[in-house]
Design a protein around this ligand. Structure first.
Ligand SMILES: [Fe+2]
Length: 180
């Protein structure tokens, strides 16, 4: 990490990012929060959200994203393999908290349309979290000249952004209007 006392320049930050990316692939279990294990937690939460969703389009949207998320895990595992590491994960309080909050909120709402609106909000919190993770990883991979990793991670990032957009459209067009 660049010294906090000295003024930071572009080179310092590039070096910091490059070192951090290199570290995460040398010790992925210690540093890489966006691990396959972490995404697996999202995979486990999605069927419950599908079961709770009432709007058919929302349910179908969650279903499609479940399939996409499974592919994302495979891409992440591929990125690890390209670096000669077995994927493994550590506890991640951030994603645990988001999922826990989703379960709490969903358990407190009886009205079906309000529940759908809450599920969309919760799902978007997850998507935004994933977008920040993949966005950072794509940037780091590019700085290290690992275009092969960047391309795989970019596919995950693009899917997350598209999923987030679909949820926004759904919220604006149907669910929130009926819940209002
Ligand atoms: Fe996602």
């Amino acid at each position: 990490m660049p010294s906090l006392r000295a003024p930071l320049n572009r080179h310092d930050w590039q070096k910091f990012h490059r070192d951090a990316f290199a570290a995460q692939f040398s010790e992925p279990e210690a540093v890489f929060r966006g691990s396959p294990k972490e995404i697996s937690k999202i995979l486990k939460a999605l069927p419950d959200m599908i079961a709770k969703a009432n709007d058919p389009q929302l349910r179908q949207g969650f279903q499609v994203h479940l399939g996409e998320t499974k592919n994302q895990v495979q891409r992440l595992e591929q990125v690890f393999r390209q670096h000669g590491h077995e994927p493994s994960g550590v506890n991640c309080p951030a994603i645990d908290g988001i999922i826990e909050e989703t379960n709490e909120i969903a358990g407190e709402i009886d009205d079906k349309t309000v529940l759908d609106a809450a599920l969309i909000a919760a799902a978007q919190a997850v998507e935004h979290y994933e977008i920040t993770r993949y966005g950072t990883l794509v940037a780091w991979a590019k700085q290290l000249g690992r275009e092969d990793c960047a391309a795989l991670l970019q596919q995950n990032l693009d899917e997350e952004k598209a999923a987030d957009k679909k949820l926004t459209m759904l919220a604006e067009s149907r669910v929130n209007r009926r819940a209002a």
